[in-house]
Ligand binder design. Sequence first.
Ligand code: ZN
Length: 373
Amino acid sequence: MTEKIFYLNQEKTTLETTVSQVRKGKGKIGLSFPQTIFFPEGGGQPADRGLIQGERWWMQVEETREEDGEIWHWGKIEGREPVGGEKVVMHVDEEWRRLMCEQHTAQHLFSAVLERDYALSTTGFSILPDRIKIEVPCQDELSPLLLNDVEAKVRAFIRERLPVRVYWENACTRIVEIPGLDRNPCGGLHVKDTGYIGCFAIVRFYRKNRDFWRIEFLAGGKLEKAFREGVKTLDTLHTMLGNDLVEGATRLVEKRENLEEEVRNLREELNETRALLLENQAETKVEGKSIVRSLSCDFEDLRMIVKKLQEKGISSLLYNDKGQLVSCALSPSWGEKVGALLAECGFRGTRTPHFAQGKIENMAQFLDLLQKM
Ligand SMILES: [Zn+2]
């Protein structure tokens, strides 16, 4: 059993202890200790991050998990391999811990307001890298007006600096209480009073399915970071598009549409010219005019050129270096012969007696057989 110092003294972010056990798995080392300041992931709250340092080695902690009362710290070791019984110093990443506590406590407050004033319960909670989401069972519509109200109430409770009390109801049940507002069993870590949350904003809400809504929010340092990044992105966009972003973006979209139209026209012209050149090179045989050629163009171009040659009364078989092939036979005998060869050389695609388009596995073999034919 690992002693959970993060419950006894949450402020402690450095600890000297000794290695109990060492494990290996998936290219990482797992370490356990008699006690730890690292909070393991659980109840929607991600695990702590930080560093564990021994003599001539250190480990950036990537995962912390609890298994049967033992807390395992996983990561890659720099330096020599640690051994049981040796001394270490642990450092928890304080900034990360603070951000997680802010989000988690904000969720308590947010869910409490939803429950108390709107009879909306919370059935799921998770902290994602760029947002925090809760799940709320509700078949009715959730209006922006209602959520604006909730947001305002949460902000008012933040300003009130309500205490966040944590105590053990019995040996197994840890209670987190914001007096008069919220009382829930919870194993996570929290700020001391609601004032430490700092700021709060609902950033998105949408219906997940018939029975559930998802509401996404940000609080404290995470909200400040998202705001700063948003302002930076806006500045960049203003530099690129001018003061009126909508007008600038509309201009860009129109320009792109015009360019695409131009590309389509140029392609049409180019393929017309290609078809004309091939028409001049086509051979006249018993079964009519035909041509077989390799072209350095994509599948769509091959299709266009074959169609143009068909209109000129020429059977054609065109392919590119990616093994893509399009053919159109105007005489049944040419179509039959080509069809038989395609089947022999691993052709995959659509094929009718006159037409084939798709990919061929063994192009060299196919061409060799075609030449002999
Ligand atoms: Zn909690």
